[in-house]
Design a protein around this ligand. Structure first.
Ligand code: PEP
Length: 249
């Protein structure tokens, strides 16, 4: 269902005690909101965060997972491991996974399928690099990322998918897509989905924007009709900032 969602991606930040402190602060400060609020701590801190947030509506989600069920994949984490500790939503395709860990569209397609087969919800990230935008190829790049990783899925997969459009040039750079640029791309994504799966599915998918969202720009970005919330990196590590962004939706 198309919900408003604000999710914090904590990346490789915060020790166990720091994670505990931040989730406790967020739970205490959480405003009354219809938006779904999610946080994605590092793997080792997931179970602790799930425990600390057991009485909160804040959902704990994972930053990544591997596509195999189990076996000799040193360092990897499976869907069953996440489900077993109470984590049922996973981010797949973050640009840092693509850039630093060689995750291709093909690998991401396998991860998406593996998560969906376990009835997990997937937050799929994608977005163009600066060069793509400068050369005017950004729509083509985004369309091919969607096609390669998601368009072989059946229509019944889509209620379990959340999309996060994150232009790589805006992630962690302080540079944000303008609200108009975000709306233009989100409208294009919804139209591309409508062409492939029909407008019912396209209009029911939450499409989040990610890339240097902060308290000062969140409200304007979230006010755009095809922007259903945000995936927040840096600003989600500071309780006051993350709460201000949640209030902006
Ligand atoms: C992200 O990594 O998903 C992200 C959007 O980061 P930041 O908000 O720091 O740009």
């Amino acid at each position: 269902m198309r919900n408003n969602i604000v999710a914090g991606n904590w990346k490789m930040n915060k020790t166990m005690s720091e994670t505990e402190a931040l989730v406790t602060e967020l739970a205490a400060m959480l405003p009354n909101t219809k938006a779904e609020v999610m946080v994605a701590p590092a793997f080792v801190n997931l179970a602790g965060a799930v425990g600390s947030l057991s009485n909160s509506t804040i959902e704990v989600i994972a930053q990544n997972m591997y596509f195999a069920e189990s076996g000799a994949y040193t360092g990897e984490i499976s869907a069953d491991m996440l489900l077993n500790i109470g984590v049922s939503t996973v981010i797949i395709g973050h640009s840092e996974r693509r850039a630093y860990f060689g995750e291709t569209d093909e690998i991401l397609a396998k991860k998406v399928r593996a998560a969906l087969q376990k009835n997990m919800r997937v937050m799929f990230c994608f977005g163009e690099e600066l060069g793509d935008r400068k050369s005017g190829n950004h729509f083509k790049v985004v369309e091919s990322q969607l096609q390669n990783a998601l368009f072989s899925l059946d229509a019944n997969a889509w209620p379990h998918l959340i999309l996060a459009y994150e232009p790589v040039w805006a992630i962690g750079t302080g540079e944000t897509a303008s609200p108009e640029q975000a709306q233009e791309m989100h409208g294009f994504i919804r139209e591309t989905l409508a062409q492939k799966y029909g407008s019912g599915i396209a209009n029911a998918v939450s499409i989040l924007y990610g890339g240097s969202v902060k308290p000062s720009n969140a409200a304007e970005i979230f006010s755009k009709p095809d922007v259903d919330g945000g995936l927040i990196g840096g600003a989600s590590l500071v309780a006051n900032d993350f709460i201000a962004i949640i209030k902006a939706i």
